[in-house]
Design a protein around this ligand. Structure first.
Ligand code: ATP
Length: 865
């Protein structure tokens, strides 16, 4: 792999397009996107709902009732069909909108030069003729021709399948080397290129045209669809039993058929898919409001069961705002004062200004660090704002240090322009730049991790000096500093390839850079621990630095810091010296590829792993992790597009917030299942057992459907927005393989349904005994009992959060009463007016069911979900 070092300025492309030109081209050529997703028409949504087997059965029932002139039932069944279809369509549209909003939030962006300034635009707005600025980790947004390239290496595997990245250069023998294709990834170097084709005309467009991406169901949706089928079969079986028994008792076939159909419709939780989809979509929206943007709906449910959080260090656990604090040279050490990136500070040696010799030695370290550097410092726009840095914070810290010594990079580069480079990458852990001097010589500037620099093959130094430098580096790392060794040399001619320059150099010194832990990092790690999530640190930094930070943020306890086996290095991993990766808490000096092994080891143990990453090589690990987490601001485009979760604020606490939302969604789905299945089972039991107690046809078809409408349609959907339990994050995560009805849920369904059946049958038998309208009492009791269960399953009954649930319950109760007292409805449903004591009996049934639901849930170790 050769490293090119040519930078070819092309003045014709300096300014790029003007804003007007870009807008005109966008209108002419269309957006730089692949074929937009087909808009689903309202009619196709409605017809999809009408193709649902349950609805088909209901439509058949409408036909049957009309044919037999049973207009009352025909009207009610039609209302149910209308209501279910409307709810289904509305929820689908809401879920789709939520997903579309999420995609927009993580849409790819590109850097272009327009009107002479560099700006970030949505990739969709890139037009032919745009001047693209590309750097490490960028995804090439459109086909383009190279104008300038520095050490450019591009991964084209998405298009060609070729796994070895290709060198790209302006002047290659093969014209392909100067061509960039949409969808490929810059793995190293920088480039300026002019866009030649966008959207469907680009290489990616041509490939994508043959693919038809489809929205996939999430694992939970798939499992629930399976469960739904089983439930439907069981219910149909039981309803056939009701039908058969009714016929045996001499009821008419038409009456029993409509009753059995209504019972199927009522007992099967047909709103389950809608509740789940909407629950996931609302969960995703709430996560986005808490700065955690999911890129796939399935991530919402997976987040709830995360058991391991593997995080990187710089910028995630630490501020990522680096400060050069000490410089070591063979002549002595100086400390550097100052804050942030403001180039103001003092150099002191043992509290006094350094001797001229030491000051010169330090200056040499700083000048070399500033030359071997791609960052830049940005002065404050207003007096109140601090200095900022563009580029790698490590390099910015060195620039600031040099500026404090009066050496600005621009001035240094003017005297010694860069003529070549071997860029930094996390495998080599060092970077070299080559500069031409006025005298015609080539100066070599090198900086990197101590163990990648303090090598006899690179440095022409006495072993004694190397030994001292290594000891000093180890001591500084143990204090938590990121340490860089700096070396320099000179050649008479430009070495080709540039790597050849990395030998025979002089060690100038060490730079110790601090990067304090974020204020919230310790609290985040603690929050994970109390939620049963193990935090693991994976970093490219030195083990001593990593250990010091891990102790400070609580990943390691103080007494664990020196315990063998908890902190390991990538080298030990590579040598196969670590038998159990899941016992390790800190991985230092790891390569991005090793992250894959670490995730794999956790997954093999059945754990659900969330992993942060932002580098260009982190893509595979992010994809492999159950939840790949990328930083929205700091992360590379590649990392963002490979991730499942993008943190808009770059704060790790947002992962914890997302886990909490994920747990809430899952708990609410289980809550809905408990409610809907217990209600459905009670309806069937009542219809099966009622006749044994002399209630010939316990409920009429219309009554069953009315209850179904009020309990599932209104209340059930409102359950999806219930707040999370206050102790949701103080419980261990659910076991990943746990069935959605596991953890005692189906037993609770059974107990609650038996209780509701007993209470409702008891109430109606009592009223029949007193000569009252037993069927209407049974109808109202069953409705009241189900609403009682809905309220009883809340975390806190009287919370103001999710007012939609109490409102839904009250509305359902009012419509239940209306079914008895509004003459038209009473006629339709066949109910009769009740006396006050009868109403009291129905209310008591509701109260008993409410108390039973609360008792049932207080027994459950995992709360009400
Ligand atoms: P983290 O997990 O903290 O984000 P990382 O994986 O990003 O760490 P790298 O950026 O790969 O770590 O850095 C590894 C080592 O390489 C650092 O400890 C440092 O010694 C050295 N290093 C980092 N940046 C540069 C640079 N720009 N030039 C030279 N050496 C560098």
């Amino acid at each position: 792999m050769s490293v090119s070092s040519d930078v070819h300025p092309d003045p014709t492309h300096e300014a790029g397009l003007s804003r007007e030109q870009a807008a005109r081209l966008l209108a002419e050529c269309g957006p730089n996107t692949l074929a937009p997703p087909a808009v689903i028409s309202l009619w196709s949504r409605v017809s999809a709902q009408l193709r649902d087997p349950l609805i088909i059965v209901l439509l058949a029932a409408v036909a049957l009732t009309v044919a037999t002139a049973d207009y009352a039932d025909a009207i009610i069944i039609s209302v149910v069909v209308l209501f279910n279809t409307t709810v289904g369509v509305v929820q689908e549209v809401r879920a789709d909108n939520a997903v579309a909003a999420l995609s927009a939030m993580t849409a790819p962006t590109a850097r272009v030069r327009r009107d002479g300034t560099e700006q970030e635009v949505a990739s969709a707005d890139v037009v032919p003729g745009d001047v693209l600025m590309l750097g490490e980790g960028d995804i090439v947004p459109a086909d383009a021709t190279l104008r300038q390239a520095a050490a450019l290496l591009v991964d084209e595997s998405t298009l060609t399948g070729e796994s070895v990245p290709a060198d790209k250069d302006v002047h290659g023998t093969d014209p392909d080397t100067a061509r960039l294709r949409a969808g490929t990834v810059v793995v190293r170097g920088r480039a300026v290129a002019t866009v030649t084709a966008t959207g469907a005309h680009s290489a990616l467009g041509v490939i994508a045209a043959s693919l038809h991406p489809r929205q996939q169901l999430t694992p939970l949706q798939k499992r629930l669809a399976g469960l739904g089928k089983v439930l439907a079969l069981v219910t149909v079986g039981l309803c056939l039993l009701v039908l058969g028994l009714g016929l045996l008792r001499g009821q008419s076939l038409e009456l029993m058929a409509v009753t059995a159909i209504s019972l199927v419709v009522a007992a099967v939780p047909e709103s389950l898919p809608a509740v789940v989809t909407l629950g996931l979509a609302l969960g995703a929206r709430r996560m986005a409001a808490r700065n955690a943007v999911v890129r796939r709906l399935s991530a919402v449910e997976t987040l709830g069961s995360v058991t391991v959080l593997a995080t990187d260090k710089t910028g995630t656990l630490t501020e990522g705002r680096m400060l050069l604090e000490r410089v070591w040279t063979p002549l002595g050490t100086v400390t550097v004062s100052g804050t942030g990136y403001e180039p103001v500070g003092e150099f002191l040696h043992a509290g006094l200004p350094p001797t001229p010799a030491l000051a010169d030695a330090v200056r040499e370290v700083l000048v070399t660090g500033a030359l071997c550097n791609d960052a830049s410092l940005v002065p404050p726009a207003e007096a109140a704002t601090p200095w900022a840095a563009l580029g790698d914070p490590t390099e910015a810290a060195l620039l600031t240090g040099a500026a404090k010594a009066g050496c600005a990079r621009e001035g240094l580069l003017r005297d010694r322009p860069r003529v070549g480079e071997v860029p930094f990458d996390s495998l080599r852990k060092r970077m070299t730049t080559l500069h031409s001097t006025a005298g015609g010589a080539i100066d070599i500037c090198l900086k990197g991790a101590p163990e990648a620099v303090l090598e006899p093959s690179l440095l022409d130094e006495e072993p004694e000096v190397l030994k001292r430098a290594r000891e000093e580096a180890a001591a500084l790392s143990a204090e938590g500093y990121r340490v860089l060794a700096v070396a320099a040399g000179s050649h008479t001619a430009l070495p080709d390839p540039a790597e050849k320059s990395e030998s025979g150099l002089r060690l100038l010194g060490l730079a110790a850079i601090s990067d304090p832990p974020k204020a919230a990092a310790e609290a985040t790690v603690l929050a994970c621990r109390s939620a049963g999530i193990t935090s693991v640190l994976i970093t490219g930094d030195h083990p001593a630095t990593a250990r010091a930070i891990a102790v400070r943020v609580g990943i390691l306890r103080r007494d664990e810091a020196e315990q063998p086996g908890l902190v390991v290095t990538g080298q030990e991993l590579a040598a196969g010296q670590i038998p159990d990766l899941t016992a390790v808490r800190v991985f230092a000096r790891t390569s991005p590829q090793q992250k894959l092994d670490i995730v794999g080891a956790w997954q093999a143990r059945g754990e659900v792993t969330a992993m942060t990453g932002d580098g260009v090589n982190d893509g595979p690990a992010l994809r492999q992790a159950d939840i790949g987490v990328a930083m929205g601001r700091r992360g590379t485009e590649v990392a963002r597009q490979a991730a499942d979760l993008v943190l808009a604020d770059d704060e790790l606490t947002s992962v914890v917030a997302a886990v909490e939302e994920g747990r809430r969604v899952y708990a609410n789905i289980r809550r809905f299942l408990l409610y809907a299945l217990a209600g459905g089972a009670a309806e069937i039991l009542i219809m099966l057992l009622g006749p044994l107690f002399g209630l010939v046809l316990p409920l009429r078809a219309g009554q069953i459907l009315w209850i179904n409408l009020l309990t599932h349609g209104l209340t059930g959907v409102a359950m999806g927005a219930e707040p999370s339990s206050p102790d949701a994050m103080h419980r261990p995560p659910r076991r990943p393989r746990q069935h959605v009805l596991g953890g005692g849920l189906w037993q609770r369904v059974l107990r609650l349904s038996i209780l509701v059946t007993a209470v409702c049958l008891g109430a109606s038998l009592w009223v029949r005994h007193t000569g009252g309208p037993w069927q209407t009492v049974l109808f109202l009791s069953l409705l009241a009992a189900q609403l009682g269960v809905a309220l009883g399953l809340r975390e806190r009954v009287l919370t103001r959060r999710n007012l939609s649930l109490p409102v839904a319950v009250l509305t359902a109760a009012a419509l239940g009463v209306a079914a008895v007292y509004v003459p038209f409805l009473a006629h339709l449903l066949g109910t009769s007016a009740l006396s006050w004591p009868d109403i009291g009996i129905a209310a008591a049934a509701g109260l008993i069911a409410f108390i039973a639901a609360r008792t049932e849930c207080s027994r459950s170790p995992e709360g009400r979900g």
